[in-house]
Design a protein around this ligand. Structure first.
Ligand SMILES: C[S@@+](CC[C@H](N)C(=O)[O-])C[C@H]1O[C@@H](n2cnc3c(N)ncnc32)[C@H](O)[C@@H]1O
Length: 220
Protein backbone atom coordinates (compact mmCIF):
# COMPACT_ATOMS: atom_id res chain seq x y z
CA UNK A 1 0.00 0.00 0.00
CA UNK A 2 1.38 3.47 -0.87
CA UNK A 3 1.67 6.17 1.83
CA UNK A 4 -1.34 8.16 0.48
CA UNK A 5 -3.40 4.93 0.34
CA UNK A 6 -2.46 4.05 3.94
CA UNK A 7 -3.41 7.54 5.12
CA UNK A 8 -6.72 7.43 3.22
CA UNK A 9 -7.52 4.04 4.78
CA UNK A 10 -6.70 5.31 8.30
CA UNK A 11 -8.80 8.43 7.73
CA UNK A 12 -11.81 6.45 6.50
CA UNK A 13 -11.54 3.95 9.36
CA UNK A 14 -11.40 6.70 12.02
CA UNK A 15 -14.26 8.57 10.34
CA UNK A 16 -16.37 5.44 10.84
CA UNK A 17 -15.15 4.85 14.40
CA UNK A 18 -15.01 8.47 15.62
CA UNK A 19 -18.15 8.54 17.79
CA UNK A 20 -17.42 5.16 19.38
CA UNK A 21 -13.77 6.11 19.96
CA UNK A 22 -14.71 9.40 21.60
CA UNK A 23 -17.15 7.63 23.92
CA UNK A 24 -14.54 5.05 24.96
CA UNK A 25 -11.55 7.33 25.45
CA UNK A 26 -12.89 10.78 26.35
CA UNK A 27 -12.14 10.21 30.05
CA UNK A 28 -9.17 7.86 29.63
CA UNK A 29 -6.64 10.20 31.28
CA UNK A 30 -8.59 9.99 34.54
CA UNK A 31 -7.34 6.45 35.20
CA UNK A 32 -3.80 7.08 33.95
CA UNK A 33 -1.83 9.07 36.55
CA UNK A 34 1.57 8.31 35.01
CA UNK A 35 0.36 9.51 31.59
CA UNK A 36 -0.91 12.69 33.24
CA UNK A 37 2.46 13.09 34.98
CA UNK A 38 4.29 12.90 31.65
CA UNK A 39 1.88 15.40 30.12
CA UNK A 40 2.45 17.73 33.07
CA UNK A 41 6.24 17.42 32.73
CA UNK A 42 5.92 18.02 28.98
CA UNK A 43 3.76 21.12 29.58
CA UNK A 44 6.28 22.52 32.07
CA UNK A 45 9.12 21.91 29.60
CA UNK A 46 7.17 23.60 26.79
CA UNK A 47 6.39 26.62 28.96
CA UNK A 48 10.13 26.81 29.70
CA UNK A 49 10.96 27.25 26.01
CA UNK A 50 10.09 30.87 26.70
CA UNK A 51 8.01 31.71 23.66
CA UNK A 52 4.24 31.57 23.32
CA UNK A 53 3.89 27.95 24.56
CA UNK A 54 2.24 26.97 21.25
CA UNK A 55 1.71 23.23 21.12
CA UNK A 56 0.06 20.97 18.55
CA UNK A 57 -1.60 17.65 19.36
CA UNK A 58 -0.81 15.66 16.21
CA UNK A 59 -3.34 12.93 15.58
CA UNK A 60 -5.56 14.52 18.23
CA UNK A 61 -8.64 12.34 17.72
CA UNK A 62 -11.65 13.86 19.53
CA UNK A 63 -9.49 16.51 21.22
CA UNK A 64 -9.71 15.49 24.87
CA UNK A 65 -5.92 15.53 25.31
CA UNK A 66 -5.63 18.81 23.39
CA UNK A 67 -8.04 20.29 25.95
CA UNK A 68 -5.95 18.78 28.78
CA UNK A 69 -2.87 20.57 27.38
CA UNK A 70 -4.84 23.84 27.30
CA UNK A 71 -5.82 23.26 30.93
CA UNK A 72 -2.09 22.91 31.68
CA UNK A 73 -1.54 26.45 30.42
CA UNK A 74 -0.44 25.78 26.84
CA UNK A 75 -1.76 27.42 23.68
CA UNK A 76 -3.00 24.13 22.28
CA UNK A 77 -4.37 23.18 18.89
CA UNK A 78 -5.13 19.84 17.28
CA UNK A 79 -4.57 18.22 13.89
CA UNK A 80 -6.07 14.95 12.71
CA UNK A 81 -6.48 13.15 9.40
CA UNK A 82 -10.11 12.28 10.15
CA UNK A 83 -12.69 15.00 9.44
CA UNK A 84 -15.17 13.20 11.72
CA UNK A 85 -12.69 13.32 14.61
CA UNK A 86 -12.05 17.00 13.96
CA UNK A 87 -15.82 17.64 13.92
CA UNK A 88 -16.18 16.00 17.34
CA UNK A 89 -13.17 17.90 18.71
CA UNK A 90 -14.55 21.24 17.52
CA UNK A 91 -17.98 20.47 18.98
CA UNK A 92 -16.55 19.45 22.37
CA UNK A 93 -13.96 22.25 22.60
CA UNK A 94 -15.18 25.22 20.53
CA UNK A 95 -12.63 27.50 22.20
CA UNK A 96 -9.70 25.57 20.66
CA UNK A 97 -8.47 25.33 17.09
CA UNK A 98 -8.63 21.97 15.29
CA UNK A 99 -7.62 21.32 11.67
CA UNK A 100 -7.88 18.36 9.33
CA UNK A 101 -4.36 17.47 8.22
CA UNK A 102 -1.67 14.85 7.82
CA UNK A 103 1.22 14.37 10.23
CA UNK A 104 3.42 13.63 7.23
CA UNK A 105 2.76 17.07 5.74
CA UNK A 106 1.81 19.57 8.42
CA UNK A 107 0.38 22.88 7.32
CA UNK A 108 2.79 24.78 9.58
CA UNK A 109 5.89 26.84 8.79
CA UNK A 110 9.30 25.64 9.96
CA UNK A 111 10.14 26.26 13.64
CA UNK A 112 6.61 27.25 14.73
CA UNK A 113 5.84 25.13 17.79
CA UNK A 114 7.30 25.09 21.29
CA UNK A 115 5.81 21.62 21.72
CA UNK A 116 4.38 18.74 19.72
CA UNK A 117 2.42 15.82 21.12
CA UNK A 118 1.85 12.58 19.25
CA UNK A 119 -0.14 10.32 21.49
CA UNK A 120 -0.96 6.93 20.03
CA UNK A 121 -1.08 8.42 16.53
CA UNK A 122 2.18 7.08 15.04
CA UNK A 123 0.90 3.59 15.84
CA UNK A 124 -0.83 3.77 12.46
CA UNK A 125 2.25 4.92 10.54
CA UNK A 126 3.75 2.02 8.56
CA UNK A 127 7.43 1.36 9.40
CA UNK A 128 8.53 2.55 5.97
CA UNK A 129 6.83 5.93 6.54
CA UNK A 130 7.87 6.68 10.11
CA UNK A 131 11.17 8.50 9.45
CA UNK A 132 9.60 11.27 7.30
CA UNK A 133 6.81 11.74 9.87
CA UNK A 134 9.33 12.17 12.70
CA UNK A 135 11.33 14.57 10.49
CA UNK A 136 8.13 16.57 10.00
CA UNK A 137 7.68 16.78 13.80
CA UNK A 138 11.27 18.10 14.07
CA UNK A 139 10.75 20.60 11.24
CA UNK A 140 7.83 22.38 12.92
CA UNK A 141 9.48 22.59 16.37
CA UNK A 142 11.53 25.61 17.33
CA UNK A 143 15.14 24.89 18.39
CA UNK A 144 14.82 23.70 21.98
CA UNK A 145 11.17 22.71 21.45
CA UNK A 146 9.86 19.46 22.93
CA UNK A 147 8.15 16.40 21.50
CA UNK A 148 6.18 13.92 23.61
CA UNK A 149 5.38 10.74 21.72
CA UNK A 150 3.28 7.87 23.07
CA UNK A 151 3.10 4.36 21.65
CA UNK A 152 2.92 0.68 22.60
CA UNK A 153 6.21 -1.15 23.15
CA UNK A 154 7.20 -4.15 21.08
CA UNK A 155 7.84 -7.38 22.97
CA UNK A 156 11.62 -7.04 23.03
CA UNK A 157 14.47 -5.11 21.37
CA UNK A 158 14.63 -7.97 18.87
CA UNK A 159 11.35 -6.64 17.49
CA UNK A 160 12.00 -3.12 16.15
CA UNK A 161 8.37 -2.99 15.05
CA UNK A 162 5.52 -5.45 15.39
CA UNK A 163 2.18 -5.27 13.69
CA UNK A 164 -0.73 -5.81 16.08
CA UNK A 165 -4.41 -6.42 15.77
CA UNK A 166 -6.16 -3.05 16.15
CA UNK A 167 -9.93 -2.60 16.01
CA UNK A 168 -9.80 0.45 13.72
CA UNK A 169 -6.79 0.43 11.38
CA UNK A 170 -3.50 -1.42 10.78
CA UNK A 171 -1.19 -0.63 13.69
CA UNK A 172 2.38 -1.12 14.87
CA UNK A 173 4.24 -1.40 18.16
CA UNK A 174 7.76 -0.01 18.40
CA UNK A 175 10.93 -0.86 20.28
CA UNK A 176 11.58 2.27 22.43
CA UNK A 177 15.34 2.27 21.69
CA UNK A 178 14.66 1.99 17.96
CA UNK A 179 12.16 4.85 17.97
CA UNK A 180 14.57 6.92 20.07
CA UNK A 181 17.32 6.30 17.49
CA UNK A 182 14.98 7.34 14.67
CA UNK A 183 14.16 10.53 16.59
CA UNK A 184 17.87 11.24 17.13
CA UNK A 185 18.46 10.93 13.39
CA UNK A 186 15.98 13.80 12.83
CA UNK A 187 17.66 16.04 15.45
CA UNK A 188 15.32 15.14 18.33
CA UNK A 189 17.36 13.98 21.33
CA UNK A 190 15.61 11.87 23.97
CA UNK A 191 15.48 13.60 27.36
CA UNK A 192 13.28 11.16 29.31
CA UNK A 193 11.14 8.09 28.89
CA UNK A 194 8.39 6.42 30.85
CA UNK A 195 7.62 2.78 30.25
CA UNK A 196 4.61 1.60 32.22
CA UNK A 197 2.85 -1.70 32.53
CA UNK A 198 -0.63 -1.91 31.01
CA UNK A 199 -3.48 -0.53 33.08
CA UNK A 200 -6.49 -2.71 33.84
CA UNK A 201 -8.46 -0.27 31.71
CA UNK A 202 -6.07 -0.46 28.73
CA UNK A 203 -7.64 -2.34 25.85
CA UNK A 204 -4.13 -3.39 24.79
CA UNK A 205 -2.19 -5.38 27.36
CA UNK A 206 1.12 -4.02 26.08
CA UNK A 207 3.60 -1.80 27.90
CA UNK A 208 2.98 1.86 27.15
CA UNK A 209 5.88 4.17 26.28
CA UNK A 210 6.09 7.94 26.53
CA UNK A 211 9.28 9.39 25.04
CA UNK A 212 10.18 13.00 25.65
CA UNK A 213 12.66 14.48 23.17
CA UNK A 214 14.04 17.91 22.47
CA UNK A 215 15.05 19.51 19.22
CA UNK A 216 18.75 19.49 19.87
CA UNK A 217 19.97 22.49 17.85
CA UNK A 218 19.27 24.76 20.82
CA UNK A 219 20.53 28.28 20.21
CA UNK A 220 20.20 29.72 23.72
C1 LIG B 1 -5.51 5.88 18.47
S1 LIG B 1 -6.12 7.45 17.96
C2 LIG B 1 -5.34 8.53 19.17
C3 LIG B 1 -6.14 9.79 19.40
C4 LIG B 1 -5.63 10.69 20.53
N1 LIG B 1 -4.27 11.15 20.27
C5 LIG B 1 -5.70 9.99 21.87
O1 LIG B 1 -4.70 9.98 22.62
O2 LIG B 1 -6.76 9.47 22.22
C6 LIG B 1 -5.15 7.78 16.53
C7 LIG B 1 -5.52 9.09 15.83
O3 LIG B 1 -4.46 9.46 14.95
C8 LIG B 1 -5.00 9.90 13.74
N2 LIG B 1 -3.98 9.67 12.70
C9 LIG B 1 -3.40 8.50 12.38
N3 LIG B 1 -2.48 8.69 11.40
C10 LIG B 1 -2.49 10.02 11.12
C11 LIG B 1 -1.77 10.85 10.22
N4 LIG B 1 -0.83 10.33 9.40
N5 LIG B 1 -2.01 12.17 10.19
C12 LIG B 1 -2.96 12.71 11.02
N6 LIG B 1 -3.68 11.98 11.90
C13 LIG B 1 -3.45 10.65 11.95
C14 LIG B 1 -6.26 9.08 13.54
O4 LIG B 1 -7.18 9.70 12.65
C15 LIG B 1 -6.78 8.99 14.97
O5 LIG B 1 -7.66 10.04 15.28
Amino acid sequence: MTAPDALAATRAAYDDAATTYAGLFRDSLRDAPLDRAMLAAFAEAVRGVGRDALVADLGCGPGHVTAHLADLGLVARGVDASPAMIGLARAAHPELRFDVGSMAELDLPDATLSGALSRWSVIHTPPGEIAPVLAEFARVLVPGGHLLIGFWASESPAHRTQVFDHAVAPAYRWCPDHLSALLRATGLAETARLVREPLPTDRRQFRAVHLLARRSDVTT
